[in-house]
Design a protein around this ligand. Sequence first.
Ligand code: BTN
Length: 307
Amino acid sequence: MVNDFKQHILSSIRNTTAPVSGETLSGNLGISRVAVWKHISSLKEKGYDICSSGAGYMLKSEKDFLYPWEFPGRDITYVENTESTMILAREMKEGQPPDREMKIIVAGKQSGGRGRLGRKWISREGGLYFTLMTSSSLPPSFAPLESLKTGALLASLLRKTYSIPAQVKWPNDVLVDGEKICGVLIEIGGEVDRLSFMHVGIGINVANTVPGEVQACSIKNLVSPSVTRKDILTRFLKDYQKAQSWEPDTVLAFWKRHTSMLGKTVRISQPFGTVSGTAVDVERDGSLLVADGNRVHRITAGDVRYA
Ligand code: BTN
């Protein structure tokens, strides 16, 4: 409810040519003028550039805020700084029954961001870091396809919205000219035949600086620095929701449209050695097929490098 009031106040005082009076806001929202004033004060404290005068209130300029009231209709928890949104998601999930609605946890920065294969995900201010807590009760076999789908959706979003030539590399790394721009980490829990949760963690380099020692890039260096995290998250959640009903074959076809990997020579490091060959296909179980002479290797995990 508090978020709804803030959302309504902001939508009234945004993009307006004249100040909106406390009286009008109080009448429209059905709350007292004191309550309006309290919401305005709290928004100002959070950093909103609100001009208050005898005539009323006006939002003077926009900043890239990720507060829940910026995402109407979504169940979002925002934290300025946390160790990892994956840890928060686990804590929130602990002992809870499956939710019908998807919950989203967003962080401004993370001190212990997690990456795939036990790596770190350096999460400096300006990047977009979030975990989707999807409703579960799915068989665990859904997780690999979910991982492919998420990476391809991110690549697609960057291409269609910002004309960034993003490509997905199996299973879900999103790269631009060989440099990583988004990463996806899936964590699941539950029984052998039923998941009790599936958490999809996503990191996107937006306006953050990226560590020099890794091959990575940020949106701000590729397109207008005015691209906001809020815009990316709003669009991604819409696309993700639409893709919820996709059949496995639709996911695979979509993934293949957003990769340039098939047909290329690849090397995959695995705990028991390295596999080299031509990436030829992805399967319904999410595995990558790599042809090496007469042999076809089915890869289910590992780090792919172009040879
Ligand atoms: C990868 O290694 O490519 C996956 C990176 C996933 C990073 C995201 S950021 C939000 C969420 N919280 C984490 O700690 N990790 C994921």
